[in-house]
Each structure stands twice: as structure tokens, then as C-alpha cells.
Design a protein around this ligand. Structure first.
Ligand code: HEC
Length: 150
């Protein structure tokens, strides 16, 4: 009798555990980021922009280390700031079009943070510049932890 109760309760348990388990063995490997589908062309634009953001950040850090705040400001504004927005609009394949609103807001937040960094860096205080730089990288982190495109 005890054995039957044991078997019954284990099967109930297994049943309860099942959904979580099958989620983990899906192709995303338990990845909880939201999948955002885009046409290949839009994804390709986004990937190139992303690589450019990464190398822009790298240049900015180099300039900060040399105390060249104006140069850091220029890189931020032209490559990541508000002036860099809408490059692909004419093609109809700008990645922003395919992003859910919350994701798009994170993108806008990144462009704003880069323009804000640019303004602050031009004022010449290195500590404030570093704080402003971290607001840019926080946008990278926030979006990457929430979304994927494949
Ligand atoms: C609005 C969302 C968003 C923001 C903001 C964002 N990214 Fe991305 N990034 C993505 C997504 C989505 C991918 C694709 C990841 C995936 O599908 O797994 C990506 C991919 C990348 C890649 C990989 C490119 C490749 O060759 O595959 C790099 C590098 C990258 N991002 C750098 C950055 C940096 C640096 C920043 C901040 C300055 C940044 N990203 C800000 C959404 C964002």
C-alpha cells in the first residue's frame, strides 16, 4: 500500500516537473531571452552596427585613457549617438522597425546615453565622463540580457 502511494506521488511529481524540464531541452538551451525575428537583411544591418558599437566603445576607452575627451565625445556622438540613428531607414530594413516597443526603447536609450556622454565628455571632467560611459554600457547589457534575434 505504501509502495502504491509512493509510486502515485512520484508520478504526480514527475508530471509537475515535466513542463519546466521540456523547456530546458528546447533548442535555445534554457535561454530566457525573448526571440525577436527579423528579415535577414535587417539582422545583417544590426549585426554590423553592433560590431561598430563595440569598436566605438573600445576607441572611446582608449581616448579616455589618453585624456582626449573631445575625441571620445566625437566617436560617441557620430557612431552611437542620436546623429547615428536612422541610417538604414531608406532601405525599409532598419532593424528598429522589427523590434518590440520595449526593445526599441532600450535602443533609443542607448543612443540618448551616447549623446549625453558626448555632451558631458566635452565639459572635460574625466570622472563624470566615466559615469556617463557606464550609462551607455548599461544599455548594451540590458538589451543583451533581454533579447536575441536567433
Ligand atoms: C536594443 C537592443 C540592443 C542594444 C541597446 C545593444 N545591442 Fe548588441 N545586440 C542586440 C541583439 C538582439 C544582438 C543579437 C544577439 C543574439 O541574437 O543572440 C546583438 C548582438 C551584438 C553583438 C554581436 C555581433 C555579431 O557579430 O554577432 C555585439 C558585438 C554587440 N551586440 C555589441 C553591442 C554593444 C557594444 C552595445 C552597446 C553600445 C550594444 N550591442 C547594444 C541588441 C542590442
Amino acid at each position: 500500500m505504501n509502495r502504491i502511494i509512493f509510486l502515485l506521488s512520484t508520478s504526480v511529481l514527475l508530471f509537475a516537473v515535466q513542463p519546466a524540464y521540456s523547456e530546458e531541452i528546447t533548442p535555445s538551451g534554457g535561454d530566457l531571452r525573448q526571440l525577436v525575428s527579423m528579415p535577414d537583411q535587417a539582422r545583417e544591418f544590426m549585426r554590423k552596427d553592433m560590431l561598430d558599437h563595440l569598436s566605438a566603445l573600445n576607441e572611446i576607452i582608449g581616448y579616455l585613457a589618453e585624456n582626449k575627451l573631445d575625441a571620445a565625445a566625437d566617436v560617441a556622438e557620430t557612431r552611437m549617438g542620436r546623429t547615428s540613428m536612422g541610417k538604414h531607414r531608406g532601405t525599409g530594413m532598419g532593424p528598429g522597425r522589427f523590434m518590440p516597443l520595449e526593445m526599441r526603447k532600450l535602443g533609443w536609450g542607448m543612443h540618448d546615453a551616447a549623446s549625453e556622454f558626448s555632451k558631458i565628455a566635452k565639459q572635460g571632467d574625466i570622472k563624470s565622463a566615466y559615469s556617463a560611459l557606464q550609462k551607455i554600457t548599461s544599455s548594451c547589457v540590458a538589451c543583451h540580457y533581454s533579447y536575441r534575434t536567433r
